[in-house]
Design a protein around this ligand. Structure first.
Ligand code: SAH
Length: 349
C-alpha cells in the first residue's frame, strides 16, 4: 500500500473532524503541497510545459512583449512579471530575446513554492519574489506573463442531483477520497440557462482565477502594461467537470493521491475576459497557441536555429510540431492578452 503523504493524512483528518470539504479546498491544499515538495516540471517530473519543450517559445513571448513595449513608447521603468515561473526557463528565454530589442527590465516572480523559488534563483539571482500580486510595484507599467498558471488555481464545482444543484465536495469513502454531492446551492448561484440539467451534470468555475484577473486588470488600468495568459482551456459555452490529475506524464485519478500529482482544470477564458473587461482593460483573443506562435515568426526562428545547429534540426522540428500541431499543444492551448488603457494590442491577434 502506498504511504500516504502528509497532506493526505491532514485532509483525511480534516474531513473526519469537520465533514466533507469543497472540491476547491481539496484542490487548493493538494496543489500547495504538491508544488512545495515536488520538482514536477520536466522529463523527470510529472509534466512538460511549452518553455521546457523549446527555447523558441520563450523567445517569441519575449519578443511579443518587447514589441508591445516599443509601440507603447518604450517606458524606461517597465518591469517584467511572471506568475508561477516554474524552473525559470521562460523568463530566461524571454529576457534574452528582449535584450536584443533593447529592453532589460527588472524581474518580478509571483511564486509560492519555496522549492521552485530556489530553482528559479539559480537562473535569476537578482529577481524579486512575491507571494501574491499585491506586493508588485505600483509605480510603473507591468509586462506580465502567466504560462500554465491559471490552470493550477482551485475550481469550485456544482453537481446536479435528483434534489437540485448541490456543491460538489470530497468525502472519505471505503477506498479513500471520493467526490460526492454536498449541501444544496444557494439560490442564484446557478445561471438561469443552466438551472435545468440531468442528474450528474457538473458546473465548474474558478473564483480564484476571476479574482486574480480583476486585481491584475485594475493594475494594468492604473499603471499601464500588458498581460499574456497562455494556458489550456476553452472560450464560450458551458463546460462540465475538467478537473484532472497528471502523475509521471500520465493521467491519474484526481482524488487518489492529493499532493503527489498535479491537479489542474481547463481555464475558462470567457470568464477571465469578462473580469478583465469589467475592470476597464482591453482584451485580445484568445487565439490558438499554434496560430499565435506561427503568426509571430516561429517558423523563421526554427529555420534559423536549425541552420545554426544542423545536428539539432530534428529536435527543433519535433519541438515546433509539439508547440503548434492541433493534436499536440497547438489548439487546446490558447493565448489571451489584456492591455491597460492607451497600451497597444500585442501582435498575433
Ligand atoms: N510557468 C511555468 C510553470 C507552470 S507550473 C512553466 O510554464 O513551465 C505552475 C507554477 O505556478 C509553479 O511554479 C507553481 O509553484 C506556481 N503556483 C501554483 N499555484 C500558485 C499560487 N496560488 N500562487 C503562486 N504560484 C503558484
Amino acid at each position: 500500500m502506498p504511504v500516504p503523504s502528509d497532506i493526505s493524512r491532514e485532509l483525511a483528518q480534516l474531513i473526519e473532524e469537520e465533514g466533507a470539504i469543497s472540491i476547491e479546498r481539496f484542490m487548493g491544499a493538494a496543489n500547495k503541497h504538491y508544488y512545495a515538495t515536488r520538482d514536477a516540471i520536466g522529463a523527470a517530473g510529472d509534466f512538460i510545459t511549452a518553455p521546457e519543450v523549446s527555447q523558441m517559445f520563450g523567445e517569441i513571448v519575449g519578443l511579443a512583449l518587447a514589441d508591445t513595449w516599443q509601440r507603447a513608447g518604450r517606458p524606461a521603468n517597465a518591469a517584467l512579471v511572471e506568475l508561477g515561473p516554474g524552473r525559470g526557463t521562460l523568463a530566461d528565454d524571454m529576457l534574452r530575446a528582449m535584450k536584443v530589442a533593447g529592453l532589460e527590465p527588472p524581474l518580478h516572480f509571483v511564486e509560492t513554492s519555496p522549492l521552485l523559488r530556489d530553482k528559479q534563483a539559480e537562473l535569476h539571482p537578482h529577481a524579486t519574489w512575491h507571494d501574491t500580486i499585491q506586493t508588485l510595484p505600483t509605480d510603473r507599467p507591468l509586462l506580465i506573463v502567466a504560462n500554465e498558471f491559471f490552470d493550477a488555481l482551485p475550481v469550485h464545482q456544482l453537481v446536479m442531483t435528483f434534489s437540485g444543484w448541490r456543491e460538489r465536495v470530497v468525502r472519505l469513502g471505503m477506498d479513500g477520497f471520493e467526490p460526492a454531492p454536498g449541501e444544496p446551492t444557494k439560490y442564484g448561484e446557478v445561471p438561469m440557462h443552466l438551472r435545468r440539467a440531468d442528474p450528474g451534470g457538473i458546473i465548474e468555475s474558478c473564483p480564484a482565477a476571476r479574482k486574480l484577473m480583476r486585481a491584475i486588470a485594475r493594475r494594468l488600468h492604473d499603471q499601464g502594461g500588458v498581460l499574456l495568459v497562455i494556458d489550456y482551456g476553452h472560450y464560450g459555452g458551458a463546460h462540465g467537470d475538467t478537473l484532472q490529475a497528471v502523475h509521471a506524464h500520465a493521467y491519474a485519478d484526481p482524488f487518489a493521491r492529493p499532493g503527489a500529482s498535479d491537479l489542474t482544470a481547463h481555464v475558462d477564458f470567457s470568464a477571465l475576459a469578462g473580469s478583465a473587461r469589467a475592470a476597464g482593460t482591453h482584451v485580445a483573443g484568445p487565439v490558438e497557441q499554434g496560430q499565435w506562435l506561427v503568426s509571430l515568426g516561429l517558423s523563421d526562428r526554427a529555420a534559423i536555429l536549425s541552420r545554426n545547429a544542423p545536428r539539432r534540426a530534428e529536435e527543433i522540428s519535433e519541438a515546433y510540431h509539439r508547440l503548434t500541431h492541433p493534436d499536440e499543444m497547438g489548439q487546446l492551448f490558447k493565448v489571451m492578452a489584456v492591455t491597460g488603457r492607451s497600451w497597444p494590442k500585442p501582435g498575433g491577434f
